[in-house]
Design a protein around this ligand. Structure first.
Ligand SMILES: NC(=O)c1ccc[n+]([C@@H]2O[C@H](COP(=O)([O-])OP(=O)(O)OC[C@H]3O[C@@H](n4cnc5c(N)ncnc54)[C@H](O)[C@@H]3O)[C@@H](O)[C@H]2O)c1
Length: 322
């Protein structure tokens, strides 16, 4: 059996922290190296090795890969939708160069598997709003969406041309209690829980009926690892898989929170992120992932809301004085 050695790039971010911890449980602490441009997230401290690494510095990355004999790379470093609209060139540079650096090194060093996430942001105003299928009209209107769509086809190209086993998921908005979101349009669905517990009120930057596809982090981490562990012949999509968890609007998540915190109040003040949200589908059809490698979500809005509130209370008790 091959002894895996895994590099997680962007490990201090919203997904990176939880994915690194989950991979360490499976492969052992020493076999999963966390890396990031910023310092190590405190939640990772003492759980395994960490290296400071800039994915834009190809030489430095290459040296690490050779020195540590990595067999798999998870590339999570990116600039997300809302931040990307503020600095389009920076988003394009990081999202493209980072991916190409990893794919090139994977090719040269014969890395066994690469994971790189895409996003529902690949879809644009001309894509179907409801149950948006795997293959459809894809005309993204944000620089983030453009970079993800281009990235999907680079992954497909490196797979077809060089045999790289690169796998990918189009994540919806991810909701988590451990690490903070990093500048996406769906961040409101995390902020709302913190404000509900701390202030009992929240001013939402999207309007009340903005339905978006979302997923609880536990589902996203499980789905990612299931995809990466699926036999190669089960993987028919080498661009990126649609994956669906739940869809809701700010009004609906507020109502779900009110069941636990009856005096919680929400108000609405849409900003530039409303236009980004309006360009995306409201729900996603993930039949292909279900059929290919058995994807199944476990969390709906009510189950996620209860877990978020219970965990945040435990996790942040001293900060919120609960
Ligand atoms: N969080 C979501 O809701 C969501 C949804 C869809 C897709 N995604 C995708 O998942 C991936 C991870 O997202 P996230 O939410 O964890 O993002 P995040 O912003 O929370 O984390 C990204 C991490 O990458 C690091 N990073 C930035 N530049 C770097 C560089 N040059 N070298 C090394 N590290 C660098 C950052 O310091 C940060 O810790 C991204 O590709 C993102 O596009 C996320």
């Amino acid at each position: 059996m091959i002894k895996e050695k895994i590099l997680v790039i962007g490990a201090s971010g919203q997904i990176g922290v939880e994915l690194t911890l989950a991979l360490r449980k499976i492969y052992g602490n020493a076999s999963v190296v966390a890396s990031d441009l910023r310092e190590q997230n405190p939640l990772l401290e003492g759980t395994g090795p960490y290296v400071s690494l800039d994915v834009m510095n190809k030489e430095m990355l290459h040296v690490q890969v050779i020195r540590q004999n990595f067999t798999q790379i998870y590339l999570l470093a990116a600039i997300l939708s809302a931040t990307g609209e503020k600095n389009p060139h920076l988003a394009w540079n990081l999202n493209m160069t980072g991916l190409l650096n990893v794919l090139d090194i994977a090719r040269e060093e014969k890395i066994r598997k690469v994971y790189w996430p895409s996003s529902i942001a690949v879809f644009g105003p001309t894509s179907p709003k409801q149950n948006c299928p795997q293959q459809t009209i894809i005309e993204p209107s944000t620089v983030y969406g453009i970079s993800k769509y281009a990235g999907e086809f680079w992954c497909n190209y490196y797979h077809n041309r060089f045999g790289i086993d690169v796998r990918s998921i189009r994540y919806p908005g991810l909701i988590s209690y451990k690490s903070e979101p990093g500048g996406g349009t769906t961040d409101y669905a995390v902020e709302i829980f913190h404000e509900a517990l701390e202030e009992k009120k929240y001013e939402c930057f999207l309007n009340e009926d903005t339905y978006l596809p979302m997923m609880y982090m536990a589902d996203a981490i499980r789905g990612t690892i299931e995809l990466m562990e699926a036999p190669e012949d089960k993987i028919s999509v080498r661009t990126s898989y649609n994956l669906s968890g739940m869809s809701f609007s700010p009004k609906q998540i507020a109502a779900a929170i009110k069941k636990h915190i009856p005096d919680f109040e929400i108000s609405y003040k849409p900003d530039y992120r409303q236009a980004i949200a309006d360009s995306w589908p409201q729900s996603i059809d993930d039949t292909v992932a279900r059929n290919d490698w058995g994807w199944k979500n476990e969390y709906d809005l009510d189950k996620m809301t209860k877990e978020m509130l219970d965990n945040l209370k435990k996790f942040l008790e001293p900060a919120y004085n609960l």
